[in-house]
Ligand binder design. Sequence first.
Ligand code: F6R
Length: 608
Amino acid sequence: MCGIVGAAAQRNVTKILVEGLKRLEYRGYDSAGLAVICDQQLTLRKALGKVAGLEEKCIANPVKGVVGIAHTRWATHGKPSELNAHPHSSDHIAVVHNGIIENHAQLRQRLRNQGYEFVSETDTEVISHLLHSLYDQAGSLREALRLAIAEFDGAYALGVISTREPDTLVCARSGSPLVVGVGFEENFIASDPLALRQVTDRFIYLEEGDLAVVTAANIEIFEQSGKPVTRPVDRITETDEASDKGQYRHFMLKEIHEQTRVLRNTLQGRVSKTAVLDGCFGTDAQTIFDQVEAVQILACGTSYHAGMIARYWFEDWAGIPCAVEVASEYRYRKSVVRPNTLFVSISQSGETADTLAALRGSRESGYLASLTVCNVANSSLVRESDLSLMTLAGPEIGVASTKAFTSQLVALQLLVIALGKRAAMSRETEAELVAALHQLPGLCEQVLALDSQIVRISEAFTEKKNALFLGRGVDYPIAMEGALKLKEISYIHAEAYPAGELKHGPLALVDDDMPVVAVAPNNELLEKLKSNLEEVQARGGKLFVFADESAGFMNDGNTTVFNLPHAPLSIAPILYTLPLQLLAYHVAVLKGTDVDQPRNLAKSVTVE
Ligand code: F6R
């Protein structure tokens, strides 16, 4: 989603702001802007499109200042335009904002009645005028911000500067993430630590309702009640390589190829040769796990697909009833919670607004406890859940989730086994599942080595407007994930169906212009799937079958077979994800779309 960077230093901060924005661009990117204070003057620059456009403007018409704020915008209120780009100013005040102020219309009307004129369609402009209207009476930017946020309904992370306090940056968060970066005689703020890795490795994670006053020399934090508070400073030890594409043309391709290493990481220290080590869920887990009788999974998008797959595993391997739901639906309906149900959220970012709201809403619903499967250690979901299991995929920059998804699946298998062995799972089954997990990285490496074959298959998709993805059982959510990848980065309309559903409607769409992708490991549903695929062949559909080498599919004029090495069935869904990711990637490259930053999408969806 949108990104925030801010700096208070003793040097010109413009470059720091622009570099920070570039690192945040993957989160949302229809426009960008910055504001700095120099000689008691507020200078703003804004550009539609990429941060590079803003950078060019800052070079053509240089800006200098020791205090500043900057923003990449992903439009929620008002179309992408320079006028709607942040920062928004009101006389001596400038504001950047992530989130949504839900009562902006009422506040706007009140401010209009006071004589304020609005030039943008954004909810953020309400904030700048409100701060301006409160400033004189409040006497300081900090107090004005405290008064203003008391009036907001909704979610926000805010960075504010004023020429009246030219050394100071104030910021606040509620519902959207914000960190303070701790430097040497300079300090920073950002919506994601990644934005500041070029200037510091020390971060303070602001808590819900916190407000901070940041200068080059000092950081003061106040909790919601207004009381000063000390928050710990965390040192991030990860290398900076995540923000570098290395030898790869796109982050997405780099992240696809990282999966062999990433999945090893996810397993490391968590499994012996034959068992899942209980300690990997934390010391509190044992007593909670002993009581679990059912699981409710909540997630969005790709993470939801991971949850759908885990449901098969929970019920099939562990005998534990499991329900899965999209968080944006679940949060607004009344649900009946069975006794001793574990609430499990799945999220790459740990900041997805709907998933977080589902977790918060679950507290009064009678769940046994909450656990999150997450990739970001200090994210809101991790901090607010009772237990967490980190996926350890490293920062994912490409908007389309790849390594985060497969590492979620591995982490979920660990959870299924850990709970399963307290329920119906035998030691032998655990040992078999763990042995298969040990084989997974090596098998991934073999599949990724077949990349060039996928380039050839992808040529058949570039002129197509639609595609169908089919799978049965646990491979149906894999088909859904394949369709999601294709549509989000190549803009080809792709839908997934359980193959058995084909004749109940979608078969009407099949003709010789319809590519149909099938996920076909050699499992107990293979023969059923083959019958469904014959229905496609009979209608002249072009079949692309990703199949186990022993599944017996043959290439012919209408059928292209991509053989995968034989793999234990428990890990097959993870393995079959890889060629579908590569297919989407290569189709997008051939079509010339913006692979890492597809239109209209954002990496971390911090608004509902
Ligand atoms: C698709 C994708 C999204 C996310 C979804 C949830 O490639 O990345 O569908 O999976 O926005 O995000 P997280 O996992 O951060 O909660």
